[in-house]
Design a protein around this ligand. Structure first.
Ligand code: BG6
Length: 480
């Protein structure tokens, strides 16, 4: 049975993630009346603060994000806040934390992953990792399968798997969750959602930002580990998974894990044919000159762009290529999933219509706009001596317009609420994250063995030319 949390402890409460995302999310949840009335929130960090100074810091960071504060909501949030000075690596600091805890605490480790192991061991040693407690951790869960297993083992030493909440913030995005609704709350798509009707799938997460002051972290990871291993593979899972019997944690995560285990390994020489690495050099984004990746740090062989052709080896998807692509410093921020259906098996329209017959295409745009567009063939109005002419037109659904009055939530709001209520459906299970690493490791190892270096691309454009060639090999184009 899941129990509502009575205490949320944020380790690293003065750090970047906590101040930019977690604390503002808690304010919005408070304002919307979504926090349990008994919940206490404890900031735990090394900074020498007391409760009042922590409250002042939270007020400042929340106001930065929310603009004008709703004073009643702020007061209610402020009344929940406490502060405990703690160094996560020091066992002697933990007994003091115990004094702040209720019976069902959630420990949010907003720390660098290298501290997870010490934090879990110290929580356990201090008797704070009880059967009613939960732990929330952020990516990256390791750098490869081996280090991921080591982190999972530390977590498992202190917490049962059902009490470990691994965050992938993409799963907190409203539009990503909408993929489940689109597929499983409509009868329309599912009968066509397979190799018999789908030609190929494209998943693109393009960013215009660079590495934003995280060069050292990023350089050790690169686009493959920073984006594909987690966010893009999660999107792929939601597109490719079988319908779960229920929207319950194990049913959903079992289906996602099956997809990850069915990914055909990309090994050895195949890596050169099926993957593209890129690295940005100086260019312009919206007319503003931006420096190249290396000049922000130092000489590097790390990719800031990756495109690849993946295959899922199961009955539903055998032979359907999934093209995955992500990169930094591209022309614009754009996240999109394209389901390209097959063409009709025979055209009844003769020569006049034939040339214009374009296969149906479902485009799900997740960022920055939220829209779903289905390209359909229609009769073009008017008469010609040759007979009926056809024309493709999109059936457009703008979620942004349809829910205009709704505020766009921070992805962390939904995930924090789930962690507090104890619902792990939208968190990544240990076996999922390991299956994702197993596939990624194969690609990274092949790159290393074959000495595949990133191809340069100018900031502000589409990425390396080889990415266009990758998809053109089967006669396709990237949709955007
Ligand atoms: C993070 C990556 O997980 O996701 C970043 O580490 C990336 O490199 C970010 O910029 C993208 O998230 P979003 O929500 O802005 O698409």
């Amino acid at each position: 049975m899941t129990v509502q949390a009575d205490t949320l402890v944020i380790f690293g409460a003065t750090g970047d993630l906590a101040t930019r995302m977690l604390l503002p999310s808690l304010y919005f949840l408070e304002r919307d009346g979504l926090l349990d009335k008994r919940l206490r929130i404890v900031g735990a960090a090394r900074s020498d603060l007391d409760r009042d100074r922590f409250r002042a810091l939270v007020r400042e960071t929340v106001a930065e994000r929310a603009g004008k504060l709703d004073e009643n909501a702020w007061l209610a949030l402020a009344n929940r806040l406490d502060y405990c000075r703690l160094d996560a690596s020091k066992q002697q600091d933990y007994p003091a934390l115990g004094k702040f805890l209720g019976k069902s605490p959630v420990f949010y480790l907003s720390l660098s992953p290298q501290h997870y192991s010490a934090a879990c061991a110290n929580l356990r040693a201090a008797g704070l990792a009880t059967a009613q407690s939960r732990v929330v951790v952020e990516k990256p869960i390791g750098h490869d399968l081996e280090s991921c297993r080591a982190i999972n083992a530390c977590l498992a030493h202190a917490f049962d798997e059902r009490r470990i909440f691994r965050i992938d913030h993409y799963l907190g995005k409203e539009t990503v969750q909408n993929l489940l609704a689109l597929r499983f709350a409509n009868v329309l798509f599912e009968p066509l959602w397979n190799r018999a009707c789908i030609d190929h799938v494209q998943i693109t997460v393009a960013e215009s930002v660079g590495v934003e002051g995280r060069w050292t972290y990023y350089d050790a990871y690169g686009a493959l580990r920073d984006m594909v291993q987690n966010h893009i593979l999660q999107l792929l899972c939601l597109v490719a998974m079988e319908a779960p019997a229920k929207l319950d944690p194990d049913a959903v995560r079992d289906e996602k894990a099956k997809v990850l285990r069915s990914l055909r390994p990309i090994r050895g020489r195949e890596a050169a044919a099926k993957t593209v690495r890129g690295q940005y050099v100086q260019g312009q984004i919206e007319g503003v000159p931006v420096p190249g990746y290396e000049s922000e740090g130092s000489e590097s062989n790390t990719e800031t762009f990756v495109a690849l052709e993946a295959e899922i080896e199961n009955w539903r998807w055998a032979g359907v290529p999934f093209y995955l692509r992500t990169g930094k410093r591209l022309a614009q921020r754009h996240t999109e999933i394209v389901i390209q259906f097959l063409g009709v098996p025979h055209s009844a329209f003769g020569r006049a219509g034939n040339g214009d017959l374009i296969p149906n295409r479902l485009t799900i745009t997740l960022q920055p706009q939220e829209r779903i567009s289905l390209l359909l063939m229609n009769k073009a109005p008017g008469l010609t001596a040759e007979g009926m002419r056809l024309s493709p037109l999109p059936l457009d659904l703008s979620l942004t317009d349809a829910f205009r009055t709704q505020r766009r939530r921070i992805a962390y709001e939904s995930l924090l609420l789930d962690a507090l209520t104890g619902n792990p459906t939208l968190f990544v299970r240990g076996d999922e994250v390991e299956a994702a690493w197993a596939w990624i490791d194969g690609i990274a190892a092949s790159w290393k063995e074959a000495g595949i270096a990133p191809e340069f691309y100018a900031a502000g454009l589409r990425g390396p030319e080889a990415a266009d060639a990758l998809i053109a090999r089967r006669g396709y184009n990237w949709s955007a």
